[in-house]
Design a protein around this ligand. Structure first.
Ligand SMILES: *Cc1c(COP(=O)(O)O)cnc(C)c1O
Length: 441
C-alpha cells in the first residue's frame, strides 16, 4: 500500500522516496492522464484523488471509464422490445436550435400566451376532442384530472381496474394523493353497469366521475365482464378513460395496411371519445411514439378546470418536450407517422427487409446467423402479444461485451444464446451493430 510516499511491511517502515518509480503520481498529473476519457477536468481530479487515496493510482483509468459509463448516451436497442422503459421508451429525434421558441407568447397579439395552445389544439384535432393539454407524464395527467375534478369526492372504479401499471403507478395510491376517494365497484373479474349506477345512487355517495383504467400490462381471461366506455357514458357523471398507451385511432390510418393484429385489445383515444368519454388520458412515449408526456383530451370545460388547478403549474412540460410532441402530432395529422415516427417505422418494417439486414450483418462480420424471432411492443402495452421479427443469433452470452462497445448495443440472452433483434434497431444503426459484433471475434 503506497500512501504519502511510505509503505509499511510487516511492521517495518520503508521509505520509498528514493525510488521515483514507486512514488505515487501527483493528483494533477494523474488527472491530466485521464483527459482521453472525455470527462471534464474537475471530475478527472476527483477520480485521481480517489484512486490515490485507495492506494491504487493505476485504477484511475478504469474508474474514469466506469464514471463515463454512468452518463446518459445513445444506445442501440437490439432487445426486440420496441418501447423499452429502461431505454427511455419511444425513441425520438430531437431537432433543436438554441433559439428561443414562442412557448408562452402569442405571435398574433404580441401578448403572453398559453404553453398549452399549440400542442393542445393539435391533439384535440387528432383525437376528435374539444380541447387538450399536456403534462409531464400520464401519471401526472391522471393525478391532475382527479385533483381538479374529484377532490374530496368519490370516483367509481371497477375492482378489476384498480391496477398497478409499474414504476409505482397504483390506482388507489394516485387516487389518495389527488384527494379523491376511490369507490370500488363490482368484482375483480366482473363489473356491470348496474354496479356503477348503484354506487352513484347510494345514499350519501358523492361520485364526481367514473374512471375506466386500461389494465395495460396484464390480462384476465375466462369468466370476465367489463363495462364499456359507451355504457358508462349513459350514467349521470363524466367518464374518464385512462387508456395508457396513447394509441390515437384504432384504425391506424397512418399505416398503409390494416391495423396490426396485436393492437386488437388496445383502447384508442379517438374511439374512447366517440364512445362518450368526457376525458381521455394517455402517455406520450408509449404507442404514440413521442417524448415522455401525459396528454389530457376531451371536454373543453373539464380540460380548462385541469389547466386552472394549481398542480398544473407543477406538472407542466418544458419547451423541449412541447416541440417534440408538436412534431409527433403533426406527423400523425399529415399521415406520415409510419415513416417519420421511429416507433411506427419499427412496427411497419417488413420481414423481408429485416431478413436482408440480418444477412448483410452476418456477411460483414462473419459471426452469428440470421433467425426468426419475436419482438414485443413493450411499455406494458398489449401484454402477452408479440410480433414476428428477424435478427442475428450468436452462440454464448455476449451481452456485456456488446454493452461495453463505444455505442452500447443492448441485446438479450435466451438459452445461452445472444439475440440481436433488428426490428427495434434503426437500419442506420446496423453499421454500429456490425462494428460491435466485430469486436467479439
Ligand atoms: C403507462 C400507464 C400509466 C402511467 O403512464 P406514465 O406516462 O408512465 O406516467 C398510467 N395508466 C395506464 C393505464 C398506463 O398504461
Amino acid at each position: 500500500m503506497v500512501l504519502g510516499g511510505r509503505w509499511t511491511d510487516g511492521g517495518r517502515s520503508i521509505s520509498t522516496m528514493s525510488n521515483s518509480e514507486s512514488r505515487p503520481p501527483s493528483v494533477d498529473t494523474l488527472a491530466r492522464s485521464l483527459a482521453s476519457s472525455g470527462l471534464p477536468h474537475p471530475l478527472c481530479v476527483d477520480i485521481a484523488r480517489e484512486a490515490i487515496a485507495a492506494g491504487d493510482p493505476a485504477s484511475a483509468t478504469i474508474r474514469a471509464a466506469h464514471l463515463a459509463r454512468t452518463l446518459l448516451m445513445p444506445v442501440v436497442n437490439a432487445t426486440g422490445v420496441l418501447l423499452h422503459t429502461n431505454l427511455g421508451r419511444a425513441p425520438v429525434g430531437a431537432q433543436q436550435t438554441a433559439r428561443p421558441i414562442n412557448v408562452e407568447f402569442d405571435l398574433a397579439t404580441g401578448e403572453r400566451g398559453s404553453r398549452q395552445t399549440a400542442v393542445g389544439q393539435l391533439f384535440a384535432r387528432l383525437c376528435g376532442g374539444e380541447a387538450a393539454m399536456v403534462v409531464n407524464n400520464n401519471a401526472a395527467a391522471v393525478m391532475l384530472v382527479l385533483a381538479a375534478l374529484a377532490y374530496d369526492r368519490g370516483v367509481a372504479v371497477s375492482r378489476g381496474e384498480s391496477v398497478e401499471i409499474g414504476g409505482a403507478f397504483r390506482v388507489p395510491d394516485v387516487m389518495e394523493q389527488s384527494g379523491a376517494t376511490l369507490v370500488d365497484v363490482g368484482t375483480t373479474n366482473r363489473t356491470r353497469l348496474s354496479d356503477y349506477s348503484k354506487a352513484i345512487a347510494r345514499q350519501g355517495a358523492d361520485i364526481a366521475l367514473t374512471m375506466k383504467v386500461h389494465p395495460s400490462n396484464f390480462r384476465i381471461d375466462g369468466f370476465v365482464e367489463e363495462t364499456t366506455v359507451a355504457e358508462l357514458a349513459t350514467l349521470s357523471v363524466p367518464v374518464v378513460a385512462d387508456i395508457g398507451s396513447g394509441l390515437i385511432d384504432s384504425n391506424c390510418p397512418w399505416l398503409s395496411g390494416p391495423p396490426p393484429a396485436w393492437l386488437a385489445n388496445e383502447p384508442a383515444a379517438k374511439q374512447s371519445l366517440e364512445h362518450g368519454a368526457a376525458l381521455v388520458t394517455f402517455s406520450g412515449d408509449k404507442l404514440l411514439g413521442g417524448p415522455q408526456a401525459g396528454i389530457i383530451v376531451g371536454r373543453r370545460d373539464l380540460v380548462a378546470a385541469c389547466a386552472r388547478h394549481p398542480l398544473a403549474r407543477a406538472l407542466r412540460p418544458g419547451g423541449l418536450v412541447l416541440s417534440s410532441l408538436q412534431a409527433t402530432a403533426l406527423a400523425y395529422l399529415d399521415k406520415s407517422a409510419a415513416t417519420t415516427i421511429p416507433f411506427w417505422r419499427m412496427v411497419a418494417a417488413p420481414m423481408q427487409q429485416l431478413r436482408d439486414r440480418a444477412t448483410a450483418i452476418c456477411a460483414a462480420t462473419g459471426v452469428g446467423s440470421g433467425e426468426e424471432m419475436q419482438a414485443l411492443p413493450g411499455a406494458g402495452s398489449a401484454p402477452g402479444i408479440s410480433m414476428p421479427s428477424f435478427g442475428v443469433v450468436l452462440a454464448g452470452d455476449h451481452l456485456a461485451a456488446l454493452r461495453g462497445y463505444s455505442t452500447p448495443v443492448i441485446g438479450r440472452v435466451r438459452d445461452g444464446r445472444t439475440f440481436i433483434d433488428l426490428r427495434s434497431v434503426d437500419p442506420e444503426d446496423d453499421r454500429i451493430v456490425i462494428d460491435a459484433l466485430r469486436t467479439l471475434s
